[in-house]
Design a binder for this molecule. Structure first.
Ligand code: COA
Ligand code: ZN
Length: 336
């Protein structure tokens, strides 16, 4: 049974990493820094700033060092960076991140496509990274394709639980369960998150969903109901792994915050500020973005009621188009 409004939820922004990594146009470093600085003042718990991947693999984030160096850090916000391997860990430590987010996949095929390593090689790297990070920075492990793989299909939850146990033995305290290509459904999410939390109550789990099949927010609610309180999300709904065919945007941060706020949860996030930033995204990335509340406005939005005028056709017209919802008629009449 779902409970409402009794928890503090942590919203973790990933647009400048998961979002920008798949953008075909390089976003200028100045613009990245300006966006991160603005996000820093929006009340987000954590910002995944960039990734220390090979610049040949992810040219969009080739300026990781410069971005980390130039952002104005706000106390209370954690600044994280994704790393694929030990080399990336060394770069991230040098750049003085608060958290290293090392990624590996539950599926062999996606691990090879994304990282050019098999899973055992990734695990060896993660042990080395844990030793390097210990006592210096927080370490999170992101399990990609935890709910399904674009190459292999279903992923047995026992495989994910086995990885979680192996990470726990290495001393990892933070784990993200990632639905890389948006194949998870709420029942599956509830089961896996519930199992993970029951097995490892000492680990801080994050839910990381992509909205590729419009199940992102439903999955977030299912994860919340299972006890998850940390959620990754991306401004405007940008995002996707370039090495996962069919990948598309993360759940949209401002849509998620809007939903949680409306349900009475505390997120600490300034929705208005997020909406302003989201509306600036299409000009930044050069295309429309999936976010919905940025277009519709929050559910508290009110339209001025205009009395229909005789002869205007609004009330008298007998054959209004069947496609036109009553709401859109009100919206149109209020704008005219
Ligand atoms: N940062 C910078 N350069 C790196 C690097 C890192 N983290 N890891 C490897 N490299 C460089 C090597 O120094 C080498 O450079 P050189 O050709 O100039 O000598 C080159 O990349 C190849 O190194 P190699 O060890 O053979 O790695 P690879 O080519 O098999 O690449 C990855 C492996 C993991 C580094 C690369 O595939 C990668 O960065 N993938 C991106 C993963 C990612 O971010 N996915 C999206 C998020 S889910
Ligand atoms: Zn992702």
């Amino acid at each position: 049974m779902m409970t409402f409004g009794d928890k503090r939820l942590h919203i973790q922004e990933v647009s400048t990493r998961d979002g920008f990594q798949i953008e075909p146009q390089f976003i200028p470093t100045d613009d990245k820094v300006a966006l991160i600085d603005a996000l820093s003042r929006a009340g987000l718990a954590k910002i995944e700033v960039t990734s220390f991947s090979s610049p040949r693999a992810i040219p969009a984030l080739a300026d990781a060092e410069q971005v980390m160096q130039r952002i104005a850090r706000v106390p209370g916000v954690e600044y994280s960076a994704l790393v694929p391997n030990v080399r990336g860990c060394a770069r991230a430590l040098q750049a003085d991140v608060d958290e290293i987010n090392v990624v590996m996949s539950a599926s062999e095929s996606h691990n090879r496509a994304n990282l050019r390593m098999d899973c055992e090689q990734s695990l060896t790297g993660i042990r080395e990274i844990a030793a390097l990070a210990r006592g210096r920075v927080h370490l999170n492990v992101s399990i990609s394709t935890a709910f399904g793989c674009p190459f292999e299909g279903d992923i047995d939850s026992a495989r994910v639980m086995d990885l979680i146990e192996r990470f726990r033995q290495i001393g990892i305290k933070r784990i993200s369960l990632c639905d890389t290509t948006g194949v998870a459904n709420p029942a599956q999410v509830h089961r896996l998150c519930g199992k993970a939390l029951a097995a490892c109550p000492d680990i801080a789990f994050t839910a990381h969903f992509h909205d590729t099949r419009a199940m992102g927010l439903a999955n977030a609610l299912a994860a919340l109901d299972a006890g998850i309180v940390r959620f990754d999300a991306s401004l405007g709904g940008l995002g996707g792994c370039p090495f996962a065919p069919g990948a598309s945007g993360n759940v949209c941060t401002e849509d998620m915050v809007h939903m949680f706020n409306a349900m009475g949860y505390k997120t600490g996030v300034d929705l208005q500020r997020l909406l302003e930033l989201a509306r600036s995204l299409p000009a930044l990335v050069g295309h429309d973005v999936p976010g919905q509340v940025m277009k519709a406005g929050p559910s508290s939005r009110r339209y001025p009621l205009q009395e229909p005028q005789l002869g205007s056709g609004l009330v008298c017209e007998p054959a209004a188009s069947v496609e036109q919802a009553p709401d859109s008629r009100v919206a149109q009449s209020s704008r005219s």
